[in-house]
Design a binder for this molecule. Structure first.
Ligand SMILES: Nc1ncnc2c1ncn2[C@@H]1O[C@H](COP(=O)(O)OP(=O)(O)OP(=O)(O)O)[C@@H](O)[C@H]1O
Length: 324
């Protein structure tokens, strides 16, 4: 059996203090070579805490972290050599140009000068950044700064590459290019841990998913296995001024003041469409769409179930309200 690039077992971490949060609760997570693993969870779910323990910035209370055969908890500085990280906040590169910043990190990570320059150019080409590569950092947009930060993590990638919301602020065309580059890094045998709360994006980009909620893993598997039980379910999306009453037996999960979803068994699809169509006509809802159930629906289902937990996010509170 292949040794995982990252193997986390029973990892727990509580922040100190009287009311300190238990940010990770007995978390298990594995990243195999060549796989893109999505770590999904709402704000405060415990994702950053987990990443900080992998790179030795925080010490776990209990549990183990192995990078290949290395005990990352016992050897944090060696662990950092094996991992490259694109953090949630961009490292400031004021005074530099994107290319210089990318090459600088490549050299700091031990890359040879010519090889680093070639790899930097490869990334710049792949992400369509030539126009911005030699412009002072003060003049680049948020999206270009985000892509530059990605290139800094990818120029001499570790065996594990951790990307925290890499597509934030990036335009849709370059997002696609970015997913291509991420996949090509995995294809060289590296493992990718993609931290995100963008469920739709995760569904398209990852091989495996781990869903964290209030510090604990509430689901893990491939997007296909996680959504397999929803094959006979459709998703009714609704926009409204006031939450409508659905036909008997159907429940609305309210995602915002004016938007909600309902799971519809396939055999009730025609009835649901007729109801929605007539509701638009009567001004009860503004708009509707009926689509196949997705990972996003599963996520709402999972997180909705834990609405009573201590770290209840705003969307979950709304979910609970709507379910009443
Ligand atoms: N330094 C800290 N001291 C005390 N509590 C903290 C600290 N950092 C995080 N927390 C708490 O731990 C929990 C998990 O936070 P964490 O930052 O790991 O979540 P996250 O999933 O990364 O969230 P986000 O998506 O917003 O970055 C939250 O309840 C947070 O308030």
């Amino acid at each position: 059996m292949t040794t995982p690039i990252l193997a986390i077992s029973s990892l727990s971490k509580k922040y100190p203090g009287k009311r300190g949060t238990t940010a990770n609760k007995s978390v298990d997570l594995t990243v195999q070579p060549g796989r893109v693993v999505g770590l999904l969870g709402h704000n405060g779910a415990g994702k950053t805490t987990l990443v900080n323990q992998v790179v030795g910035l925080l010490k776990p209370d209990s549990g183990t972290i192995h990078l290949g055969n290395l005990d990352a908890v016992a050897h944090p500085s060696r662990a950092r050599e094996l991992v490259s990280v694109q953090a949630q906040a961009n490292v400031p590169i004021t005074g530099l140009k994107p290319r210089t910043a990318i090459e600088l990190v490549g050299r700091l990570r031990g890359g040879e000068k010519t090889a680093v320059a070639m790899r930097a150019q490869e990334l710049i080409d792949a992400l369509d950044l030539n126009e911005w590569a030699d412009v002072p950092a003060e003049k680049i947009s948020g999206g270009i700064a985000r892509l530059t930060a990605f290139c800094m993590a990818a120029v001499v990638p570790g065996k594990l590459v951790i990307l925290d919301e890499p597509t934030n602020d990036v335009d849709p065309v370059r997002r696609r290019l970015l997913w291509g580059v991420i996949r090509s890094i995995a294809d060289t045998g590296a493992g990718i841990l993609l931290v995100t709360h963008n469920v739709r994006e995760a569904e398209r980009a990852v091989d495996d998913l781990v869903v964290l909620d209030s510090g604990a893993v509430i689901a893990a598997g491939t997007p296909a296995t996680l959504t397999a039980h929803m094959r006979n379910t459709l998703q009714l999306d609704l926009d409204f001024a006031t939450p409508p009453a659905l036909p008997a037996g159907l429940g609305l999960t309210q995602l915002s003041q004016t938007h909600g979803v309902a799971s519809i068994p396939t055999e009730r699809a025609a009835e649901a469409v007729a109801w929605a169509h007539s509701s638009v006509g009567r001004g009860k809802i503004d708009r509707f769409s009926l689509t196949a159930a997705s990972l996003e629906d599963l996520y709402v289902e999972l997180v909705g179930h834990t609405a009573d937990s201590a770290n209840t996010p705003p969307a979950t509170s709304a979910t609970k309200e709507a379910a009443r």
